[in-house]
Design a protein around this ligand. Sequence first.
Ligand code: NI
Length: 256
Amino acid sequence: MTGLFDTHAHLYDKAFDKDREDVIARIFKTLDYVVIPSEDLETSQKAVRLADTHEGIYAAVGIHPQVTNGASDEVLAEIAHLAKTHDKIKAIGEIGLDYLYTDKDTQKYWFERQIQMAKELDLPILIHDREAHGDVLEILKRNADSRLRGILHCFSGSIETAKELMKLGFYISFAGPVVFSKSIKLKEVAADIPMDRLLIETDSPYLTPPPYRGKRNDPSNVLLVAEELARIKNMDVQELIDITRENAMKIYQIHQ
Ligand code: NI
């Protein structure tokens, strides 16, 4: 299988410090592209450096909801400057809401600021949504216009939520959890996502799918997500890989 596109992998993570270049060389035997999302200014700079030095790697820059307590106007301005000065930055993210963490108001404030920034930069957004489906939708609806678009990463919501997101111009991305045998509901949701809105990702080094659970995840395992979705949708794996790659290239505006 070839031509895979992992739309979300944290390749700057310390889990890859010992063998990052080996991993990158290996994954490009089966992948064409990887997008590295960021969590703060430091990881944004790391993601951009990796993108600038590897052909198939692109980056997203932004402040993750779990660390919005450390956000400031200065940090946001530096992130915007990165995005303006690096062609390989293709999105703002990951941004969003994570209600396993406190301070919802701070999270909402910086989510909305970064949505506005993405629109000014004419870039899509990568959304992290944990236990916050209602508020994420509400904020997106309030900011909806022709410039708002993006990806709901590691989708875990209902088909109703997915439909609302797709109406607003969003793509739905599935990661390792859709492979877990206990994820019966999530598989049903995936079955109902139209092929022209479907994306695949790993969220490496997290969320390792079976049969490698407990081990470090890396982008080559996006094949396991593709295989499971092809099984759910009763279609050829290579066809699913090709369609999800085309979708990802479209939303990230990557031209061959
Ligand atoms: Ni992530």
